[in-house]
Ligand binder design. Sequence first.
Ligand code: ZN
Ligand code: ZN
Length: 320
Amino acid sequence: MSEIRTNPFTGEMTLYAENRKNRPYEFVHKTQSKNTNNENCPFCGGHETWTTDAVYQDGPDGAWQMRVFPNMFPAVKEDCADIEGESFYETIAGRGRHEVLVDTPDHNETIDKFSVERIAKVLQVLQDRLNHFRAKSHTQYVQIFKNCGPSAGMSVRHSHWQVTGLPIVPRRASVMADTMQGEDCLFCKMLTYEKEQKKRVAAETEHFMAITPYAGRFPYELWLAPKAHQRDFGDMNDVERADLAQLLWDMLQKVTKLKEDVGYNICVMDGPRNRDFHWHIEILPRIGGFAGFEYATDCFICMVSPERAAAYYRGENTEV
Ligand SMILES: [Zn+2]
Ligand SMILES: [Zn+2]
């Protein structure tokens, strides 16, 4: 069963995917983060037959750097049956695609240890997968994300990304898109403002800016965005990709020094089908936790101001 139901009061959506409860979970306790055992890991080089067939692999079995295959426990499925709805409520079958990109054959290597060139290659393969997903008629929105560390939702220690093609546009992406249409793009205006103000600029390259967003939800939250208005992550060219890879590498060196074995998510926010957008990457470190307040109010309590976080990323204060 894969079904997306809408909360009639708030418009929030919940994706029901009962098969996901069967997936392996490597971390018995959230503090048990350093697991060097790879005997049971389906993502390790040499274990190719343990996963679904690869749709992309950049070398022979046992000798690749990157490998993409359909998720063995997908949240959405291409062959998902129609849902028998109820008259009172809004629902839709979870018809879509869910892939895993394993970006290293090494069980214990993390992305912050990759070279800049390797990060650029990962970004390129993610762009290719996004464009492939977009070609599917039922895909309204593509979410690319990476969970690093058990506190950030990682269930298998081995470094990987996930790409999900959804039949709906999640509320957050839809609300953001409303502000990003054409010449009135609020994101473009924000980048201009932040460049003048400087206090929330973490780093800047020729084509990209890294800022700590004015009302970010997470301590040390970081957004990496193209300076020029660009709708789609898939549109980034070779020069821009090399530029972003360097910036992402630089920022990950700082993120991973926030605390030992820090958890974080990397999310590529991209435009819904047929709508303008200003794509960007959100890096969400997990320093604190969520509690009842956040779930009840949708208002996050954040213990570090974005201005202080930007100073940390600029190297002006090292105290976390
Ligand atoms: Zn592994
Ligand atoms: Zn824009």
